[in-house]
Write a protein that binds this ligand. Structure first.
Ligand SMILES: CC(C)(COP(=O)(O)OP(=O)(O)OC[C@H]1O[C@@H](n2cnc3c(N)ncnc32)[C@H](O)[C@@H]1OP(=O)(O)O)[C@@H](O)C(=O)NCCC(=O)NCCS
Length: 134
């Protein structure tokens, strides 16, 4: 909805991934699939969690997924991530996706946000404790 456009606010967290939406990522109506965007966000959150966990993580939950604006072919999609909670074995990452419109100006438009939870796992896929920071 137009009312939810965020022009004055800024992305939260660090830039973890950036990609261009391609024709193969669209539905028959020319809008980018929500699933493509979700996977971009999971990659971004997983990259951040991997760094914090110092190794492999598995996605266990996605909460509060919101689609604020559509994404179009050619848009530059940037995913920003911020760790909001670190538990014994889990890491919650707030992920926001912002776009610069293809052919538009430099304005950033927030298109989605969600909280992803990752669990630190060992080589066998069993959960392990998140190591202390540093
Ligand atoms: C990751 C996995 C090994 C965890 O094993 P588990 O026995 O389910 O683990 P637990 O129930 O003890 O939960 C582990 C942590 O995740 C958290 N967690 C589990 N489910 C959660 C949920 N739905 N939302 C938020 N956190 C959750 C727990 O609170 C716990 O956190 P903490 O240790 O920091 O307190 C197992 O769930 C798994 O293999 N899942 C599939 C992962 C996967 O394949 N992901 C890719 C999907 S394509």
């Amino acid at each position: 909805m137009i009312e939810s456009i965020e022009i004055s606010s800024a992305p939260r967290g660090r830039l973890s991934t950036r990609a261009i939406a391609m024709p193969a990522d669209t539905n028959p109506f020319g809008h980018v699939f929500g699933g493509w965007l979700l996977s971009q966000m999971d990659l971004a959150g997983g990259t951040h969690a991997y760094r914090r966990a110092k190794g492999r993580t598995a996605t266990v939950a996605v909460e509060s997924m919101e689609f604020h604006q559509p994404v179009y072919v050619g848009d530059e999609v940037s995913c920003y991530t911020d760790i909001t909670r670190t538990g014994r074995t889990s890491i919650a990452v707030q992920v926001q996706a912002w776009v610069r419109r293809h052919g538009g100006d430099d304005a950033l438009v927030k298109v989605t946000s969600a909280t992803f939870t990752y669990v630190a796992v060992d080589d066998s896929g069993n959960k392990r404790e998140v190591p202390s920071e540093g």
